[in-house]
Design a protein. Structure first.
Length: 214
């Protein structure tokens, strides 16, 4: 199984990719995480892309393709989170998979209204110790004394309201083209991402069981 998770920032792509990895042993491949790792390591690529990232803009396609394509093991089970985000990326992905003799099993679209994802993203915090993601209201970071996770709890540089609004603008510009692309291939399934985390996982698992349209 080779799966894509599509959807706006804050729809829960990374959380669901993580859960698919725990439940079904999928390798989660997140282009956002790859970009953050490059920036933290201060690589030449990281320096080239950081100004796009901080503003909520898309990083140029060539840089993303350079990061992601070498990681797509033909025999593996993987779930792509946050890629493709443009039609050019989708076509480059198809061409790379075709060269390796493999195809995509499903593209899952996590759908949620803008106002919901804005409040999710602006309240998002992550632990520098464990990497776990929290929300200041819905799932607050634990009390320091509880010691389950000592933090410190940080906000991602692009989790500001300005950056998220810019990301949503870009998302809406590209999303219908991408969903149309995968619908045309008969592999698109849409899931309501407003539900609870376990309910969304259930809906994804159901979608994976449903035969693809031909
Ligand atoms: P994410 O962690 O998926 O929300 O991505 C955070 C940011 O990383 C985005 O706003 C973009 O700047 C960049 N990014 C992640 N994936 C891609 C992609 N496939 N194409 C272009 N930029 C990306």
């Amino acid at each position: 199984m080779k799966i894509l998770l599509l959807g706006p920032p804050g729809a829960g792509r990374s959380t669901q990719a993580q859960r698919l990895s725990e439940k079904l042993n999928y390798l989660p491949i997140s282009t956002g995480d790859m970009i953050r790792a490059q920036m933290i390591a201060g690589t030449e690529l990281g320096r080239r892309i950081e100004s796009y990232y901080g503003r909520g803009e898309l990083v140029p396609d060539e840089a993303i393709l350079e990061l992601v394509l070498p990681n797509l093991e033909p025999s593996g089970r993987w779930v792509l989170d946050g890629f493709p985000r443009t039609e050019a990326q989708a076509r480059a992905l198809d061409a790379a998979l075709e060269r390796r003799g493999i195809g995509l099993s499903r593209a899952i679209l996590l759908e949620a209204p803008d106002e919901d994802v804005i409040s999710r993203v602006v309240g998002r915090r992550y632990s520098l110790t464990t990497g776990r993601v929290y929300h200041v209201e819905q799932d607050p970071p634990p009390d320091f004394k509880a010691r389950q996770d000592e933090g410190p709890f940080m906000q991602r540089e692009d989790d500001t309201e300005d950056a998220i609004r810019r990301q949503l603008e870009i998302y809406h510009r590209e999303a219908s083209i991408l969903t149309g692309y995968y619908e045309g291939k008969g592999i698109l399934a849409t899931v309501d991402a407003r539900k609870t985390i376990p309910e969304v996982t259930e809906s994804i698992l159901e979608a994976l069981q449903t035969p693809r349209k031909s």
